[in-house]
Ligand binder design. Structure first.
Ligand code: KG4
Ligand code: ZN
Length: 387
């Protein structure tokens, strides 16, 4: 609490925006001052609830948001040392995301803004992911030179944007940004491919963190199958991960010796034994090498396309954000390749890479400064485009 008061004293004239995020399976609320200083950032994850279904169940997600939104917002205010009267605006995710899930956050945000007589701001979730990078850069005292190329890579999205200032002035928090979509996935998102491959190998949900750790212990043994670079017709910078996922599936189906270890791991998951230490001994070298090769293919596609996009956009800086940005091989490869290419690469911290509301409050700030407000007609938009 004392820390919160100190922060408030440090920003006496600041604009404090309450951000609310409910687009998928995280109910989140946060208070951000002047689009750059995170006063609180509270996330209630539903992973444990969706785990037994092997993915997010939309109806359950909506119900959980409904249960969590009030306590999560209260906690965010309390951690920021504020009362409701201390906030200047409410920023809420309008889309893209799950319709029913978005509706909960929007209905709550609208009602709260109306009851407090404060402005309401509809925020694009993807703009939020871009702003997560600025939040951490500000904390680290880094100035960002735009244009940047931003890869948003999560369970729901794999998309590349060019990010520029809207005006000629150099970027500061609150400056309006302009986005240009460069490419996107034609089918599955990269995180979705991780989750599906983990599921078919009996490695639980969500699959990304587990496959990341297993790939790291795969060593250099030749993989049982090789996956070449994915080519996409039309826009060569578009991504595609469903072919890779299907190739893993067919390989596993055609190779009978995987079946018994998959069954053993599934039994382990059933017993609630799902940690890396518990699953690792149940994986043969062949399985580890398969996972390593799958990850090599995903990382290669993400890195190659992003760096080509940066070159084409004459960007000197690359942002990588979203849940998959936590992947250790992706980070290491980006860092090494960007260094060779003379580029800067920025990853937000893990807390700001995955879905959160601080990024939503930060992305609401430029609209606040430009007085672009929503009213009670604000509706969720499951397919809301950023550009
Ligand atoms: O951003 P996020 O928390 O939620 C949304 O999808 O919006 O991302 C979750 C996704 C899941 O698919 C998860 O498997 C993946 O990010 N993920 C990872 C890692 N950590 C999370 N994928 C690869 N490596 C990781 N270390
Ligand atoms: Zn997201």
């Amino acid at each position: 609490m004392k820390e919160a008061w100190n922060r408030i004293r440090a920003f006496p004239m600041s604009t404090r925006i309450l951000g609310i995020e409910s687009s998928c399976d995280e109910t989140a609320a946060a208070v951000v001052a002047d689009g750059r200083d995170v006063l609180s950032n509270v996330v209630a994850s539903q992973i444990d609830i969706h785990r037994k279904f092997g993915g997010v169940v939309p109806e359950i997600a909506s119900r959980e948001h409904l249960r969590q939104v009030v306590p999560v917002v209260r906690e965010a205010l309390s951690q920021a040392g504020l009362q409701f009267s201390g906030i200047d605006a409410v920023g809420v995710t309008q889309g893209p995301g799950l319709m029913g899930a978005l509706l909960v956050g929007i209905t709550y945000g609208k009602t709260l803004a109306a009851a407090l007589g404060k402005p309401l701001i509809g925020v694009n979730h993807l703009a939020g992911h871009v702003h997560a990078v600025f939040l951490d850069a500000h904390k680290a005292g880094r100035r960002i030179q735009l244009p940047a190329v931003c890869l948003i890579v999560s369970g729901g999205h794999t998309v590349l944007y060019e990010v520029k200032e809207k005006t000629a002035t150099p970027y500061d928090a609150g400056g309006e940004l302009q986005y240009r979509k460069i490419s996107q996935t034609r089918d599955d998102a990269a995180g979705e491919a991780y989750d599906k491959v983990a599921k078919l190998l009996g490695l639980g949900y969500p699959g990304g963190p587990m496959l990341d750790r297993l790939a790291a212990v795969a060593g250099n043994t030749a993989p049982p199958i090789r996956f070449g670079p994915t080519k996409t017709r039309g826009n060569p910078l578009d991504f595609s991960f469903s072919g890779l996922k299907t190739a893993v599936l067919y390989h596993v189906r055609e190779t009978p010796d995987y079946a018994s270890e998959i069954a053993e791991r599934e039994a382990s998951l059933q017993r609630g034994e799902r940690s890396f230490e518990q699953l690792r001994p149940l994986c043969s070298q062949k399985t580890l090498s398969l996972i390593g090769e799958f990850q090599n293919a995903v990382v290669r596609d993400l890195v190659e396309r992003t760096l080509t996009a940066a070159e084409e956009a004459s960007a000197e800086i690359v942002f990588v954000t979203g849940g998959v940005a936590a992947n250790s091989q992706l980070r290491a490869t980006f860092e090494a390749r960007a260094h060779t290419a003379g580029l800067d690469v920025l990853f937000p911290s893990r807390a700001l890479s995955t879905d959160n509301a601080a990024m939503i409050a930060a992305a609401a700030y430029p609209s606040f400064r430009a007085s672009v407000f929503a009213d009670s007609s604000l509706d969720p938009d499951a397919g809301l485009a950023l550009a």
